[in-house]
Write a protein that binds this ligand. Structure first.
Ligand code: 5RP
Length: 227
């Protein structure tokens, strides 16, 4: 089974968790897109989607899913989203699609968070995928120097500004992304706290103690994991 098929079956399994009347957080990325498509295909009445990016909002609108902004809902029943790495205890690296800030805001407002992924995303330790860090534009080079100091404390290389074909990647919130490559993040909680202590850092892609379950698409079908 291809990685995309594994993403598809995990997205379809997650869509089965949604019930009529629910407010649903809609993640970002190719796996979350499969979820959004499967959710739309179910044709449930009275659901509201809270998108985690402009890209997901566009897709959901095209598929006829009614949308609400985060500030228009009191709480979110279920959020389904992809991940770049799924580590021990369902610790995650997210933000490969530069949507980590809105994703984390939506996740934190949700009663239940389900991560969906293909089998290659499951890792024994976080860190092979470069950790995305969202940084405000003003003084971002200075912020990157402070990030490099923190990286050195954790035996990690300095972060690199994410570039696309047309220059710097700019998030939906108008911020920039630095990626901190590593290998192994030995103490994700300590690194998360250190990164948040820097003024220019808006947030980072370590999602710790947020996922309630994972639905991993494998060649043998969808495997459910608990923290
Ligand atoms: C976007 C994310 C995505 O969920 C993550 O990058 C996984 O993407 P994909 O499902 O395309 O592999 O965090 O910011």
């Amino acid at each position: 089974m291809s990685a995309d098929d594994q993403k598809r079956i995990s997205g379809e399994a997650a869509a089965d968790l949604v019930e009529s009347g629910m407010t649903v957080g809609l993640g970002t990325g190719s796996t979350a897109a499969w979820f959004v498509k499967a959710l739309a295909a179910r044709g449930l009445k009275d659901i509201r989607g809270v998108p985690t990016s402009e890209a997901t909002a566009t897709l959901a609108r095209e598929l006829g899913i009614p949308l609400a902004a985060l500030d228009d809902v009191k709480s979110i029943d279920l959020t389904v989203d992809g991940a770049d790495e799924v580590g021990p205890g369902l610790s995650l690296i997210k933000g490969g699609g530069a949507a980590l800030l809105r994703e984390k805001l939506v996740w934190e407002a949700s009663s239940r968070c389900v991560v969906i992924a293909d089998a290659a995303k499951k890792v024994d330790a976080l860190g092979k995928f470069p950790l995305p860090i969202e940084v405000v534009r003003f003084g971002h080079v200075h912020t990157s120097w402070r990030l490099a100091d923190i990286a050195a404390e954790f035996d990690l290389p300095p972060p690199r500004l994410r570039q696309a074909d047309r220059g710097m990647v700019v998030t939906d919130g108008g911020n920039l992304i630095y990626d901190m490559a590593s290998g192994v993040i030995a103490d994700p909680a300590a690194l998360a706290a250190a990164l948040k202590s820097i003024t220019g850092v808006v947030d980072h892609g370590l999602f710790l103690d947020l996922a309630d379950e994972a639905l991993i698409g494998t060649d043998q079908g969808v495997v459910r994991l608990a923290p």
